[in-house]
Write a protein that binds this ligand. Structure first.
Ligand code: ZN
Length: 277
């Protein structure tokens, strides 16, 4: 009998430890602020969560939806508050129609540069069908995501779709992340000339590390500690280009082709960087 009691006692301790471990693991997934750079191969997709609100910046390629859906649900996001479609190319809005259907965002922000592709028109139709407030924002437009403030710091329309990318600064208590879409050198130069403060702890490197973006001047002005490159393994474009990697050599460079999905999180007194692989 005593032996049985001892075994039961041990079982109870084991069970409590297991439960504590499960709770600990769950809490690992919930920080005050999280920025997820979701691995979608050769494309962009980032999820920001703060104060129970969520924002998706771009939605990968047409093949990305199942991966994005699973990733969002795994991280407790079943409904999005905001979506940003930086520009209309299919490596950024490829799965946006499915995201709109599946995650019913409250508000959408789109580039001023329109397209006549099926992917783009499909996205607009889905926004209309679901009656989602849709805006091509002016420069300086901002919105709150929990305690974070998201500001569009460059939104100009160019002839070129990449240059017309919405550029978003996300600021959480002074920690700043700069999302550049696929903006190229021309837009970068004008952004810098506007004297906008683009300093950021984290830079989502423009255009998957293409040498047509990320001028030395932009990198110097942003001065990020961490540079994220969202890029597919062995892609047809040779992204990221080696001159950009050289330009970023004194930063911590994290690539989704090497790390898988990358998470940067902040709590009141600490922060961390994690990845899947
Ligand atoms: Zn792209």
């Amino acid at each position: 009998m005593r032996k049985l009691k001892r075994v039961m006692g041990r079982l109870a301790v084991g069970l409590a430890a297991l439960l504590a471990f499960a709770i600990y693991n769950m809490s690992l997934d919930r920080h005050d602020f999280e920025a997820h750079f979701i691995d979608v191969g050769q494309g962009d997709c980032a999820l920001i969560t703060c104060g129970g609100e969520s924002l998706l910046i771009d939605a990968g390629t047409p093949d990305s939806y199942e991966g994005i859906r699973r990733y969002l649900l795994k991280h407790g996001v079943s409904r999005l508050d905001y979506i940003v479609a930086t520009h209309g190319h299919s490596d950024h809005i490829g799965s946006m129609t499915d995201v709109i259907e599946g995650f019913s965002p409250r508000q959408a922000f789109i580039s001023h540069h329109a397209h006549d592709t099926n992917t783009y028109i499909g996205m607009l139709e889905a926004l209309e069908r679901k009656n989602i407030s849709t805006e091509a924002p002016e420069r300086g437009r901002s919105f709150n995501l929990g305690d974070a403030v998201c500001t569009f710091i460059w939104t100009k329309e160019y002839e070129d779709a990449n240059n017309s990318s919405l550029v978003l600064m996300v600021d959480y208590d002074g920690y700043r992340l700069l999302f550049t879409g696929d903006m190229e050198a021309e837009a970068e130069r004008e952004l810098l000339a506007s004297n906008a403060d683009i300093s950021a702890a984290v830079l989502k490197v423009a255009h998957h590390g293409s040498s047509t973006s990320s001028t030395q001047e932009l990198i110097d002005a942003a001065d990020p500690g961490i540079a994220i490159i969202s890029v597919g393994k062995n892609n047809d474009y040779g992204h990221p280009h080696k001159e950009i990697l050289e330009r970023l050599s004194d930063r911590q460079v994290l690539r989704t082709d090497e790390k898988g999905s990358i998470v940067i999180w902040w709590d009141k007194d600490k922060s961390g960087v994690e990845w899947e692989k």
